[in-house]
Design a protein around this ligand. Structure first.
Ligand code: GDG
Length: 464
């Protein structure tokens, strides 16, 4: 194999590895071992997009460009985050489609492809990431690129009725079918895509994992993304004075902590979760004064109206629960609306008896895996996980809940709070084994081997 070339909406800051999440760790490792090139947006908005910037860190080169204000509004906030993101998370009600959004989305992909094409060598292998960049292969092919090109979708691929409601879905499908490998997070995503193709395309469908179009063969597979388990476990064990003091305080007062950490996004189910915690305090009043719920919600896409709306709703809901239940020496909910350092996040996961991860839809959800990695086998916490997170396909020893069912979640919190140590340990060992087997390195190796045709992947459908 030649170089690995990664294309994604944003590139990561390669000088700050310790802050990196699972996605970045996987990609950077792959890039480092292949003298890679990473192309994407540099995060700046500027009228001056004439000169893409090339920089080198170790043996990885980044090729970045800014977005114009118009591109930022129509390609990034518009088609990517007001059309594709809500639709792929089953929120057609939040979809705000405009023709100029789709046109700009196509033209930014064209511009990225035009910037990248002259840099490509014949044996480069190209790996394109996520919903912002679906047309990238089509644009590169138009420029004569015959290289292997793979695509990985980090978010769910929705069911047939939902995807076919997205304007220009036929165009998106034809763009996807320009890749050599289309990777999804879960078996469910592969099945949704398969059903959609059967109904809406005249591709020659050999199996859910193999399709032929215009003499080309397209492989399809699921590659559940993982985290750097060792690194996260180490970070969780590094002493943090404030976290440790809080842990001791809770122990003395016979209290326990429930933790959640999410980008503040409507797909993560935060209002439902607060309502479920309120129901838990109502149904099981013996926990009043004992259960403390810490919600970390890092700000995200604040320029999109739906995100502002959910922020206000959350503040109101959390305030109402505290208003009703709090005492002078106990507040049931601690709500933090900012990002906190990873060096604090990991020990916080470790010192929490319950990880409450209940998205309404999620491609995978790395927080669920990070919570498992942070636990201490001597006294592990319990993961409560939404059945609509991609991670639920692998993490079946978590307490799996329907996040729309407030009672179901409230009862799961009670079950976790009373679970005997032996059962917690048993569940934790099984979860940790799976999270460790399918870590970030496994994910990128597995994907790239499939893209390069090195592995004949077993038919994985119905494996779980
Ligand atoms: C997309 C898909 C898929 C969260 N709060 C803070 C913080 N985080 C970190 C977590 C985790 C990451 O952010 C979030 O990853 P998720 O996977 O949970 O969610 P998305 O951002 O929506 O990611 C998702 C993922 O892509 C990868 O394919 O799993 O389904 O939606 O690493 O720990 N990190 C810090 N401070 C915080 O306050 N430092």
């Amino acid at each position: 194999m030649g170089r690995l070339v990664v294309v994604s909406n944003r590139t990561a800051n390669l000088t700050k590895k310790s802050q990196a999440g699972g996605l970045t760790v996987g990609i950077v490792d792959a890039l480092k071992s292949q003298d890679g090139l990473w192309m994407g947006w540099d995060g700046r908005i500027s009228e001056d997009i004439s000169a893409p910037k090339q920089e080198k860190y170790d043996n990885v080169t980044t090729l970045t460009t800014s977005l114009t204000p118009e591109e930022h509004e129509k390609y990034y906030l518009g088609f990517s985050n007001k059309v594709l993101w809500p639709a792929f998370h089953y929120r057609l009600d939040l979809m705000d489609y405009r023709t100029e959004f789709a046109d700009c989305y196509a033209s930014v992909n064209e511009r990225f492809a035009a910037t990248l094409a002259p840099q490509l060598k014949q044996d480069d292998v190209i790996w394109v990431h996520d919903y912002h960049m679906i047309p990238m292969a089509a644009k590169l092919r138009q420029k004569g690129c015959g290289n292997k090109i793979g695509f990985f979708l980090h978010i769910p691929f929705p069911s047939i009725d939902v995807f076919s409601a997205v304007p220009r879905h036929e165009w998106l499908r034809s763009c996807l079918l320009q890749y050599d490998l289309i990777g999804f997070q879960t078996v469910n995503d592969v099945q949704n895509f398969h059903r959609y193709l059967k109904e809406h395309s005249d591709a020659d469908i050999i199996s859910p994992e193999l399709v032929r179009v215009d003499g080309r063969t397209i492989h399809i597979g699921h590659f559940p993304i993982g985290i750097d388990v060792k690194q996260f476990a180490q970070t969780s064990s590094k002493p943090d004075d404030t976290v440790e003091l809080e842990r001791i305080r809770r122990k003395m007062l016979k209290r326990f902590q429930i933790i959640s950490a999410d980008r503040l996004d409507y797909s993560k189910g935060l209002p439902h979760r607060i309502k479920a915690f309120r129901k838990f305090l109502d149904l099981y009043p013996e926990y009043q004064g004992h259960a403390e719920y810490l919600q970390i919600a890092s700000p995200s896409r604040e320029d999109v109206t739906a995100y502002g709306d959910i922020k206000s709703e959350l503040e109101q809901l959390a305030g109402a629960v505290n208003g009703k239940f709090a005492d002078f020496n106990w507040a049931p909910i601690q709500y933090i609306n900012r990002s906190i350092a990873r060096s604090k996040l990991a020990p916080l996961f470790k010192s929490s008896l319950i990880g409450l991860i209940t998205p309404l839809r999620d491609g995978m959800n790395l927080v669920a895996k990070e919570y498992v990695a942070a636990q201490d086998d001597a006294d592990p916490g319990i993961l409560i996980l939404s059945k609509f997170a991609g991670a639920a396909e692998e993490l079946s020893e978590a307490l799996i809940v329907n996040p729309y069912d407030i009672n179901d979640v409230a009862q799961a919190i009670q079950k976790a709070a009373t679970m005997p140590l032996a059962e917690r340990q048993l569940r934790h060992r099984k979860l940790l084994k799976r999270v460790t087997e399918h870590d970030a390195q496994w994910w990128q190796r597995e994907y790239l081997d499939a893209l390069l045709g090195k592995t004949e992947r077993p038919q994985l459908i119905h494996q779980f």
